[in-house]
Design a protein around this ligand. Structure first.
Ligand SMILES: [Zn+2]
Length: 160
């Protein structure tokens, strides 16, 4: 397993926030699975489950049983984790914009439609070939949390 960090846009000068992802296996050697939890930062059951899964993935990797790539982001919302008010976590909404952290996805449907226009065939496997990263280009970053979506793509399967 290797752990990597992805820098998020700083909310104020002199501060740093990062998203930490843990990776087992190697990119391009099989399917990629992406798992994340705690997008609403105050919801810890998923994070606890992924921490336990990480131990199992360590064991599987040591035994050579990882045939693809597994990416785990157990704390998908470091911004929300810092938002406490009167002793209570406030991780459901960005306190600055009041936008729900789990409602800020870029609308990729229009981009996908433009990118795939005239390219789809009757062959489902061939239709899946376009690189999903192409579809994300131009989606724009609407807030610092959007960077998390870039950590997930492309994946063959995902669970949040
Ligand atoms: Zn939630």
């Amino acid at each position: 397993m290797k752990s990597e960090t992805v820098a998020l846009t700083a909310v104020s000068p002199g501060t740093i926030r990062v998203l930490t992802r843990h990776v087992w296996g190697k990119a391009g050697q099989g399917p990629k699975v992406y798992l994340q939890s705690a997008l609403h930062a105050d919801e810890m059951p998923g994070a606890i489950a992924l921490w336990h899964l990480m131990d199992l993935l360590d064991r599987a990797e040591a035994e050579g049983r990882i045939t693809g790539e597994v990416v785990v982001v157990p704390l998908a919302n470091p911004i929300g984790l810092t938002q406490w008010l009167q002793g209570k976590p406030q991780g459901r909404q960005d306190l600055e914009s009041m936008r729900n952290f789990n409602r800020g996805y870029p609308d990729l449907a229009a981009l996908a439609g433009d990118a795939l226009a005239g390219r789809l065939t009757g062959d489902a496997d061939r239709n899946c070939a376009p690189d999903p990263r192409r579809l994300c280009r131009g989606a724009g970053r609407r807030d610092p949390a959007d960077r998390g979506g870039r950590v997930a793509h492309p994946a063959d399967a995902g669970l949040a």
